[in-house]
Design a protein around this ligand. Structure first.
Ligand code: SF4
Ligand code: SF4
Length: 690
């Protein structure tokens, strides 16, 4: 007789299951910082990285880990960053921007929460963070579910082009489960190459930010639909059976009738009760109901943010009371309460706001049992009277009102104000448009120009950062292929170099940003043996915000003398062996240094040092000799100093190469001489006093 082979079984710890889920999903890059209860996910991946062609690293912190994963995702590779809940605080800066910019290859964050806490300084709820970032969260109840949810998370991430958070809590992460599982077959190595394609959508500038924020808001509903389509939330099969999402009607167990009394009473009593349970708390509810021998329909929530609340409200239509069980914060409860209010559903909501469940600490079955018993027995004795009578209830406890207010929008509120005042508002004149551009004479322009000359023919990737030099992304330089947040340029250049090593990767960040968040990723780049160049655009100040001092300047905010921290010495201290300083006003020397830096087979740091033009006296303005000028446009269209402008020339007709020529606005010219160096015809020189 032919027997169907049983699938092999293994005892998998939750974190191991997450790691296998990621490997099965084809993850290419994993970066993490260790933190209980998340650590074993990365340990497992590192153990199998070589067999599956995965690049995996312990990064120096969670921010660097996420930025490394972002770089990988933007090449199209699937990537994962792992951390504990407090680690997300460190990684929150790139996360918030990433929510706007989105992903290419699926990007999953494993953020393990520690209710209790067992080994953390706080017991914050990552689901709240996800609501803040407007990102989807999957909340597994068991190791097997965690493995499946990781695979689903990669798919969701690619379908909606957003990062997805998988949030196991301590029990799910550390408990072991007997599951049907065999490691996936090993792929042929090396894996097919992936490549970053330039796109303005990877550079977070204010105009794009507003657009992407609208998009993020617009896809919240798509996230909810995705959750429901993939059955991450739903009514769970009752009475201790394997938890599956099914619309099966609730039934009473025979055992329950014995323990709780007359079956008719019990049936009437529990028929109008329901429970909503999220994440690992679902297990405690199930076990508690089994112990009590009671069957109450349970709506299981595996995807709490953004909560698809409408189907839960439908599920609760004929109920008089619902118990909401979730560890930590009332994330499900609050979303559900809003939807109940909005749709006029009237029932008792028992949970954290009613004072029946704590917002702190880890749950377990013992903790829930008294409440479950009371939920059922109060209902038996006071059938028809909502539970919570005499309990420390709040206004959120009973939801009865229907939403009647007219939605207020900026448009309607502005109209009301105008009518109420009865006065005609004077419309102020629109301010003149000022294109965002680096200042005339800004040394950063020279640095960018030099690296464009040295590297663009080699298809180099430029990772930008946050500061006045962000403007290097603007035309005509276009010297930033990515911008995410402060310090991200360094981690991302290093991350890109791990996945596309055949291409030069150049990070640009300012001197103040170097001290802010540039040092840890530089340490990481050296440690991980990345191949990249960091250009520190050192203009001796924090220019963008009004010239505040930083540790490299030898003075404090009060003006007092302070120790000077030398950037070159710090870079050497981080383990960088190739460190040079150059004056960007000498463009030829900067190009030469750039070429040398790019040829270095490791991490190189070039400090381009020249004071911000707004802190020094201007020099002799320059002029263009119209007879020498060939109107090639290089100074204007490739270098792009805003003191240069195009004029209609009467002296030079079409026959001489065009109708327009270039001039310098004397009042804007700083006299830096940059344009004179880039003009191939030596047509620009300092004005000579007559
Ligand atoms: S010298 Fe040339 S590059 Fe420098 S500020 Fe004047 S016009 Fe601009
Ligand atoms: S680069 Fe020189 S020749 Fe070309 S337009 Fe400018 S001034 Fe004229």
């Amino acid at each position: 007789m032919n027997r169907i082979a049983e699938p092999p079984r293994r005892l998998l710890m939750g974190n191991e299951a997450i790691a296998w889920g990621a490997i099965e999903a084809g993850v290419r890059v994993v970066a993490a910082y260790p933190g209980t209860p998340s650590t074993e996910v990365t340990e497992k991946i590192l153990h199998h990285a070589g067999e599956y062609g995965i690049y995996a690293e312990w990064s120096v912190n969670e921010k660097v880990a996420l930025e490394t994963a972002i770089a990988a995702s933007w090449t199209g590779a699937r990537a994962m960053a792992c951390m504990k809940q407090v680690g997300l605080n460190v990684a929150s800066d790139p996360l918030m921007t990433l929510a706007y910019l989105g992903v290419k290859g699926g990007l999953v964050l494993i953020v393990a929460d520690d209710p209790g806490p067992h080994s953390s300084q706080t017991e914050q709820d990552t689901r709240l963070f996800a609501r803040f970032a407007k990102l989807p969260v999957l909340d597994p109840a068991t190791p097997e579910e965690a493995r499946e949810m990781v695979k689903a998370a990669f798919q969701l991430s690619e379908d909606l082009q957003v990062p997805v958070i998988v949030r196991p809590t301590t029990r799910t992460a550390h408990v072991c489960q007997d599951v049907a599982f065999a490691p996936p077959p090993k792929p042929a190595l090396p894996l097919p190459p992936v490549r970053f394609e330039r796109d303005p959508g990877w550079v977070i500038l204010p105009a794009l930010s507003a657009k992407r924020h609208r998009r993020l808001n617009a896809i919240q509903e798509e996230m909810r639909r995705w959750f429901l389509r993939h059955r991450l939330n739903g009514i769970a099969t009752p009475c201790g059976e394997e938890a599956t999402m099914s619309p099966a009607p609730p039934s009473l167990c025979d055992e329950a009738t014995e323990r709780m009394g007359n079956s008719g009473d019990l049936a009437r009593a529990t028929a109008d009760l329901a429970i909503v349970a999220g994440g690992v708390a679902y297990n405690y509810v199930r076990e508690g109901l089994d112990i009590l021998g009671v069957s109450i329909p349970v709506y299981k929530v595996g995807a709490p943010v953004p909560l698809p609340a409408a189907p839960i409200v439908d599920f609760l239509r004929d109920k008089t009371a619902v118990l909401i069980v979730e560890e930590q914060e009332p994330v499900i409860e609050e979303q559900l309460t809003i939807e109940a209010y909005r749709t006029g559903l009237s029932l008792s909501i028992i949970g954290k706001h009613s004072g029946h469940l704590p917002r702190e600490g880890e749950f377990n079955t013992d903790l829930l049992l008294p409440l479950l018993r009371r939920f059922v027995s109060d209902s038996i004795h006071c059938h028809g009277v909502p539970l919570g009578k005499g309990a420390p209830a709040t206004s959120a406890d009973r939801v009865t009102a229907k939403a009647q207010a007219t939605p207020v929008t900026p448009e309607t509120s502005a109209t009301t104000e105008t009518v109420a005042s009865g006065a005609e508002m004077a419309v102020p004149p629109a301010p003149p448009l000022r294109t965002p551009i680096l200042c005339a004479g800004c040394p950063h322009r020279n640095s960018f120009y030099a690296f464009i000359q040295a590297a663009r023919s080699r298809d180099a990737l430029f990772t930008g950062d946050i500061g006045c030099y962000t403007l290097g992304a603007m035309p005509p330089l276009g010297a930033a292929d990515t911008i995410v947040c402060m310090g991200a340029s360094v981690a991302m250049a290093a991350g890109f170099s791990q996945i596309e090593p055949d291409r030069p990767h150049i990070a640009f960040l300012g001197d103040s940003t170097f001290f802010h968040s540039g040092i840890p990723p530089l340490v990481n780049a050296v440690y991980q043996q990345a191949r990249m160049t960091l250009v520190v655009l050192d203009n001796r100040t924090t220019a963008m915000t009004g010239h505040q001092p930083h540790p490299g300047l030898g003075r404090k905010g009060t003006g007092e003398v302070a120790p000077t921290i030398d950037i070159a010495a710090v870079a050497r201290g981080c383990g960088v062996e190739w460190v040079r300083t150059v004056d960007p006003y000498d463009i030829a020397a900067t190009v030469a240094a750039a070429k040398e830096a790019l040829d270095y087979p490791g991490v190189s740091v070039l400090i381009a040092r020249r004071d911000c033009v707004n802190l020094v006296r201007r020099s002799t303005p320059h002029r263009i000799d119209p007879d020498a000028c060939r109107r090639c446009g290089i100074c204007l269209r490739k270098f792009g100093c805003p003191a240069l402008y195009e004029v209609k020339s009467l002296a030079h007709g079409e026959g001489q190469g065009g109708k327009t020529t270039v001039a310098i606005a004397r009042e804007k010219c700083f006299g830096c001489g940059g344009c004179a160096q880039v003009c191939p015809w030596k047509a620009i020189s300092p004005e000579v006093e007559s």
